[in-house]
Design a protein around this ligand. Structure first.
Ligand code: ASP
Ligand code: MG
Length: 248
């Protein structure tokens, strides 16, 4: 039995219709005989809207309180998706970052994952459940809620794939994979079938938002191949892995 980590970004879970679609993808993976751990981002613009709400009341909120607030976005997504799976007849459970054993440094809003105590996730998988983990968040040594920086759910997914020795880590997004340039801005951008970690990191450092920088670094250090694909089209995506460099 293979263990697959699947991560879905904010646009992939933006509303109930999209969550239902994502749950169909997850169900297919589970029905193929796999154990599935799913990491979700906050729905659509939720994180931005929460920041706006905070600033209406305090233009400079403390980083601690902002993390408590922003972590709720991902919790909404995982709870809704688990409920959707239940209705479809699957056994599923949602876990916050701290319930999932994701331990971090104490730098609010830019915390780094330091350790994953995987007992809770493993126990749920052993019960045959699909496990949903709230992305982008963890808990520090003092028990404080932390977040990993914007786009950090990608890093949650790769860190879980490393800790659980997953067989695959699939990052679902709203584009068909990694392009030579931003396909939403450049009509000449072409999709890459594969790319190596260094080139991916260069693109991310140059502003490509398709993956979180630390997720690429983590995947490179642990040699975890990342499959970046669209949750919308079902087209083959891009494999980010340790192949020889190609000229982009
Ligand atoms: N929800 C967070 C953000 O909007 C984290 C993520 O989506 O990965 O940045
Ligand atoms: Mg992202």
């Amino acid at each position: 039995m293979a263990l697959i980590v699947q991560k879905f970004g904010g646009s992939s879970v933006a509303d109930s219709h999209r969550i239902q679609h994502v749950c169909n993808i997850i169900a297919k993976t589970y029905d193929a005989g796999n154990q599935v751990v799913v990491v979700l981002s906050a729905q659509g613009d939720t994180t931005d809207l929460l920041i706006e709400k905070a600033k209406e009341l305090n233009p400079c909120p403390s980083a601690r309180e902002l993390d408590v607030l922003l972590s709720t976005g991902e919790q909404i997504s995982v709870a809704l998706a688990a409920m959707c799976m239940e209705r479809m007849g699957y056994s599923a459970v949602s876990l916050t970052g701290w319930q999932a054993g994701i331990e971090t440094s104490s730098e609010h809003s830019v915390a780094k994952i330091t350790k994953i105590s995987k007992g809770a996730i493993t126990r749920e998988l052993e019960k045959g459940r699909i496990v949903f983990v709230a992305g982008f968040q963890g808990i520090d040594a003092q028990g404080e809620i932390t977040t990993l920086g914007r786009g950090g759910s990608d890093t949650t997914a790769v860190a879980l794939a490393v800790a659980l020795h997953a067989d695959a880590c699939q990052i679902f997004t709203d584009v068909d994979g990694v392009y030579t340039a931003d396909p939403r801005k450049d009509p000449n951008a072409t999709k890459l079938d594969e790319i190596n970690y260094d080139e991916m990191l260069q693109m991310v450092n140059a502003g490509a938002q398709v993956l979180h920088d630390r997720c690429v670094i983590l995947a490179m250090h642990h040699n975890i191949p990342l499959e970046v694909c669209s949750s919308f089209t079902g087209n083959p995506g891009t494999l980010v892995h340790s192949m020889a460099a190609q000229k982009l």
